[in-house]
Design a protein around this ligand. Structure first.
Ligand code: WTA
Length: 630
């Protein structure tokens, strides 16, 4: 971790207070009171939340905390897909719209809760037919289409552990995730469509499954006409479902059974398989979808993330569907067919809750307010942000141009590891640009120094969570040591890896990562991952990667490369290296700049000092360099 977190805060920030009606009508009307109630009886708080859902068998104990391991709702039995679907179908939401999908050229598909349930049940029966059992891992590598969500819910129905991989990852990144999770089945599509262009997803899968002995079947959603030919061991998505019953008894899952694995970047070259379990994750995402987003029956909710990230898992699929929301998704991008694309969808679909990322907001700012101004955005009620700090300029713009000085902004801080929202400004509370807000009821978070002592208001330090919560990850798949590290870095607390500042009134400002993870356009990229991709190129001897501030993407990636003897720096080689990173990790991890160098700053023990490279690049004092090699 970096040493330079002694940030002092100048507090003269503006504050915005939304119309009191927001607070009056919210599911959670009084933050302070609810928080106090939670602190007085944390288990009672979570028990009340859990009781709003359907359980096959109730729990013996709400929480079983054996530092650093937590179990929640011990011995309770449940099925998440039954809570996301059957619960609504059985409670008069059967013909409520669950999902609206919009594709290119005006294509639209709508699923009511009962239609979604029957599709999920049929696909679940299809998975069973090809031998998928409770506990088996299924890898889902698909575009943002309804079938991706159907596949996830079908896994949930039969107790298969899904491992969703973002459709923008390259073959090697996909291969690593399939092998590490030992997937039995891979579900994919022939193509994904981006900005009018077809991307050959299946070709990437073909390459990725070459040395994956656990994979028995690849299921392919064929979107193209005429359909692509299938190889041996490949099945068509709809042919697999054909003729199968549209009911499927939900598997009885223990609250602590693994639910899914989702890989996230860490400080080594190997991403971490974050493991979430059934009961706690369901309660956490349900609770936050209802009480943080304040989703009501008449809302149309749109989260612009991809389902391949945790934001999509928790706040496109499981949370909103557990609440019974109408969820909108689209394969369209914010700049296609033109820069008004998202605003026209808000107008057309009468979106009332909109959840996006700072990088998108800054891109919208750059494209100019004339685009949103062309459309009627009056259906919006609440607007949200996630993934990286929402800087004050972006906040002000989002609040004024999109929220029309009326909609509360939910700047939600959380992580793949936390599973659910942790810090934000609750609806109706005063908002302070630059500050995410306070820990939500259910969460005890603080900013502390290296020894775990809370910093004084106005000071900076490390962000921590001080007690377990239901949706927390349970382990890092096959690497529990990495899990324990989160809880042992600062004794007794969960160290999240972010730097933060505590304001006078307890509001928390998130500054960014304290470790070797770079957040580029909201995507977490490990410096070590990019470095090892570069070093896997035959011409590269060594590589070091740093993040540089970028006005739109938050950060950009800069790589310093030492070539192997016999290779000369050239523009062509640079392009070749970029191409190589793109193929191995995917376009999101491509460096924006590559410098060829002869030497890299290293400690005497041989560790690259990225901090020194960064200081030099950005022109500031590198601080203590006493460990630097001559
Ligand atoms: C960052 C995404 C500032 C943070 C849900 C965290 C944020 C990492 C915010 C997790 C926010 C997320 N303000 N920073 N509102 N939300 N982050 O796992 O550095 O993709 O540790 O989860 O994103 O990224 P992840």
């Amino acid at each position: 971790m970096t040493e330079d977190f002694n940030v002092k805060l100048v507090e003269d920030v503006k504050s915005y207070t939304p119309d009191p009606l927001y607070r009056k009508n919210a599911w959670m009307a009084d933050y302070e009171k609810t928080y106090a109630k939670f602190l007085a009886d944390p288990d009672g708080f979570w028990e009340r939340m859990a009781k709003e859902l359907d359980w096959i068998r109730p729990w013996d104990k709400v929480r079983d905390w054996n530092y650093p391991y937590a179990k929640w709702f011990t011995n309770a039995k449940l099925n998440i897909s039954a809570n996301c679907l059957d619960r609504h179908v059985n409670n008069s939401r059967l013909n409520k719209v669950a999902l609206i999908w919009k594709g290119e050229a005006g294509r639209e598909r709508i699923f009511t809760y009962q239609k979604l349930l029957s599709q999920v049940a049929r696909f679940a029966n299809g998975l069973k037919k090809i031998g998928v059992k409770k506990g088996d891992c299924v890898c889902i590598y698909m575009p943002l289409v309804p079938e991706q969500i159907i596949a996830m819910l079908a896994c949930a129905r039969i107790g298969a552990v899904h491992n969703v991989v973002f459709g923008g990852f390259g073959a090697q990144a996909l291969n690593m995730r399939i092998r590490d999770a030992e997937a039995k089945v891979v579900i994919t599509a022939d193509i994904s469509i981006r900005r009018g262009k077809a991307i050959q997803l299946k070709a990437i899968v073909d390459e990725a499954v070459l040395n994956t002995p656990t994979v028995e079947t690849v299921v392919v959603l064929r979107r193209r006409d005429p359909p692509v030919d299938l190889h041996e061991n490949e099945l068509d998505f709809y042919e697999l479902m054909a003729g199968l019953p549209d009911t499927c008894t939900p598997e009885v899952m223990d609250a602590e059974d693994p639910f899914f694995i989702l890989y996230t970047s860490g400080s080594t070259g190997k991403p971490k398989g974050i493991v979430h379990t059934c009961g706690g994750y369901m309660v956490g995402t349900y609770y936050t979808s209802k009480y943080i987003f304040d989703i009501k029956d008449k809302d149309t909710y749109w989260c612009t993330a991809d389902t391949g990230w945790i934001t999509g898992h928790s706040y496109i699929v499981y949370g909103p569907l557990a609440v019974g929301a109408t969820v909108f998704i689209t394969e369209l991008t914010p700049d296609f067919p033109d820069a008004g694309s998202y605003w026209s969808l808000i107008e057309e679909q009468k979106i009332s809750i909109f959840y996006t990322a700072p990088t998108a907001i800054r891109m919208f700012m750059k494209m100019g307010e004339s685009w949103p101004d062309k459309y009627d955005l009056s259906s919006l009620r609440i607007i949200g942000s996630v993934g990286e700090p929402l800087n004050p300029e972006a906040f002000e713009w989002y609040y004024r141009v999109i929220g029309k000085n009326r909609c509360p902004i939910l700047d939600t801080w959380w992580q793949t590891e936390t599973g659910m929202h942790m810090i934000t400004t609750m609806i109706g509370e005063p908002m302070r640009p630059g500050f995410a807000g306070k820990p939500i009821p259910g969460i005890e978070a603080d900013v502390v120094d290296k020894d775990g002592r809370p910093v004084k208001p106005g000071n900076g330090g490390l962000l921590v969570v001080k007690s377990p919560w239901p949706a927390m990850m349970r382990t890092v798949y096959k690497d529990d040591e990495r899990y324990r590290k989160y809880w042992y870095t600062i004794d007794g607390m969960y160290a999240v890896g972010d730097l933060a500042v505590k304001g006078k009134d307890g509001y928390i400002m998130i500054l960014g990562r304290a470790d070797d993870i770079i957040i580029v356009a909201g995507h977490n990229i490990g410096t070590a991952e990019v470095e090892s991709a570069l070093v896997s190129h035959h011409a590269v001897a060594e590589a070091a990667v740093i993040g540089k501030p970028d006005p739109v993407k938050g950060n950009s990636i800069k790589a310093f490369v030492i070539l192997r003897v016999g290779n000369q720096p050239s523009e062509r080689l640079k392009q070749d290296l970029l191409h190589h990173v793109r193929n191995t990790l995917g376009p999101i991890a491509m460096p924006h700049e590559i410098d060829f160098v002869d030497k890299l700053p290293k400690t005497r023990s041989g560790k690259i000092m990225r901090r020194v490279l960064k200081a030099k690049e950005l022109g500031y004092d590198p601080g203590d360099v006493s460990t630097l090699e001559e």
